[in-house]
Design a protein around this ligand. Sequence first.
Ligand SMILES: Nc1nc2c(ncn2[C@@H]2O[C@H](COP(=O)(O)OP(=O)(O)OP(=O)(O)O)[C@@H](O)[C@H]2O)c(=O)[nH]1
Length: 380
Amino acid sequence: MSIQFEEPLAGSYGVVDSFPKDFGYGVEEGDIEDSPAPSDSKPRILLMGLRRSGKSSIQKVVFHKMSPNETLFLESTNKIYKDDISNSSFVNFQIWDFPGQVDFFDPTFDYEMIFRGTGALIFVIDAQDDYVEALGRLHLTVSRAYRVNPEINFEVFIHKVDGLSDDHKIETQRDIHQRANDDLADASLDKLHLSFYLTSIYDHSIFEAFSKVVQKLIPQLPTLENLLNIFISNSGIEKAFLFDVVSKIYIATDSSPVDMQSYELCCDMIDVVIDVSCIYGLKEDGSGSAYDKESMAIIKLNNTTVLYLKEVTKFLALVCILREESFERKGLIDYNFHCFRKAIHEVFEVGVSVQRLGTLQPTTPSLKALTHNGTPRSTV
Ligand SMILES: Nc1nc2c(ncn2[C@@H]2O[C@H](COP(=O)(O)OP(=O)(O)OP(=O)(O)O)[C@@H](O)[C@H]2O)c(=O)[nH]1
């Protein structure tokens, strides 16, 4: 495997650990609050579930580069933990990690206000534990939330599946799916749609699941998908992902199916590029950024596959997989990329200026007027 980095590499040696975990991408350290401030207008993703189901671990691993083993030492959350993920002009949301024992009957817990501004509610179920109690909690939570705000996307993470065999995973998913939907049908809540994902922090499944949750909250998704389709079909590329570099969640991909291996390969490429850049790319005094306008890398694998990464915006990178033969027309690919990048910037600029005009606030109601594939739907 030959690796060709075109990142300007300064001669300094740094230590990866010295690299700030959020590397200046605007992710603020979370603040701990007793009660949420009503002025919070950013769309919210809520992480709920029983104690020790893995909520804080998910948040730390996906958004703060914590290694899965370190989560063993996480202490139990006993207040709502708000994490501002302002990592791009349109993926601009907050994650609220709830303590396991949220009590809906506690008068100080203003769940109506919380659910009203929520884009997605992720309910985490520990698949290695007996999940009967979790299912009861799931039903109580989603039915309450749905009554307050029927536009919330309800996402169920069947979590910690690393401990289960493949057969057991499928059986657990089927069983949880069946029981949760039966409970909803009994309560005449058939319109409430739950999406299920099998997840673990020990592999890429948690990033994949989070990618899908976030994509549903991006109004520009159909435009991004279209741009990616046009780009790959004119450049002989097999698969392209638009990645949020900090979290490694992909905010869009072309419309060909995603296979887990390609996604993992692209995630690994981001890790390699950022790590090498941190060690060799920063200035001697440690200043500079591991990811900037000049960031790009080409990795040729021994199976005639080429990986191609380029900076799109401060937060986003395009990562593509293509055959060696197609890469012979690198000039064409670079030119098409230039046009693609320009188009993406225009999409963002329009988004920002529309927000400035006040016609589209990044609040849940406008985000919710979308179907799962991002196309507009009439509100219920
Ligand atoms: N095997 C396995 N263990 C996990 C996974 N995710 C989290 N854990 C472990 O589950 C335990 C509880 O994780 P937390 O993230 O603290 O759980 P929590 O839901 O935030 O707990 P509370 O703060 O008490 O509500 C930790 O020991 C984690 O290491 C996973 O995907 N697989």
